[in-house]
Design a protein around this ligand. Sequence first.
Ligand SMILES: C=C(O[C@@H]1C=C(C(=O)O)C=C[C@H]1O)C(=O)O
Length: 381
Amino acid sequence: MSFPTKQQLYAQFAQADDAVYFASADKQQVYFGFGVQAAINSGDTNVVKTWLQSQMQPVFGGLPFDKQITTASVMAGYFVAPAVVYEVNQANIWGQPIVNWPVIAPANQATIVEQADDTTWIERIEQAIATMQTDVTKQKVVLGRQRQLQLTTMVNEVQLLQDLNSQQPNSYHFVLKHAGELFVSATPERLVQVNAAAFSTAGVAGTIRRGKGEVEDQQLADKLFNDAKNRLEHAYVVNTIKERLADLVALNVPTNPTIMKNPQVQHLYTPINGQLTAAVNIIDLVTRLHPTPALGGKPLAWAMATIKELELAPRGLFAAPIGVVLPNGDGEFVVGIRAMLIKHQTAYLFAGAGILADSDAAQEFTETGLKMLPMMNLLKG
Ligand SMILES: C=C(O[C@@H]1C=C(C(=O)O)C=C[C@H]1O)C(=O)O
């Protein structure tokens, strides 16, 4: 039996009620899953961990950012063991292979008819800045905003998967479809990868826009690299990762960050890897790391309370651990940023920015706008 083409996989994704697509940033790991062999709708880490241990094939999904959402939604935490999984590069198939692949007639691309932004975001960010200016123990909080879009029709998922690959080639891709909801992320940020005893994570924090040409792009990268505020917010992430893993992992941490470039923004980036010194489950590592100060803040309890107080709606899978767990316990989780949730003809886009005492709220607003562009561009076609 021949392995399906990308077009067949995309068409099956569009046709299926339950489907998942996960690709690593380097596209060495690319999975498509269809149907449901088993699934769990839970945001409880222990429940999910036990459930995962009984699965015999790759499992995909996410734990929510926090426990605010309790209604039945993928945003409350959802994992699926698909009825069939196709691992594209290795041509592996788990489960019952599909015999009749759909051929989907080209459909119209949905267009955006209405857009509602969070108009009081800057005011609320200024409250957090004022708190940090008066209390130096409050160091960083990542605050998110949402944008709601009305579309003319349902999204064309074949087009969406194609565009995700052509427009965001260097990001991780995660697309999860269940019960009429579609969660999409083109994230640059790994939370944890486990491959036998080898362990990798990354600090991704500190952002500047891309330049209009090579010269300006390099000037902006240099500016980011030398900017005290961005270096500090980055250091909080790297140092917290080191602290949280100190007893588990022999870590290799570069002294200085490098620059990671995505089509819309560039980030300070510190890849961190090492060897696990104790036998630990990938979910335990997720629990230790999530949320790093790249998505939460410092100190953590204050940041989580501030996020809950100042953001208008719960995050769900936005900024949350999403990924794949393999039957041997290896796997990879990334953080669900550069993301959106689509329900029928409504799309909810999410973006956040690290706020420090010396942040400029208007500049952070602009930054979150840039971070919404990957999803905006998918919807614009
Ligand atoms: C929160 C987001 O991104 C995070 C915040 C960053 C920053 O403030 O510099 C950079 C990368 C991410 O860790 C997002 O994209 O929504």
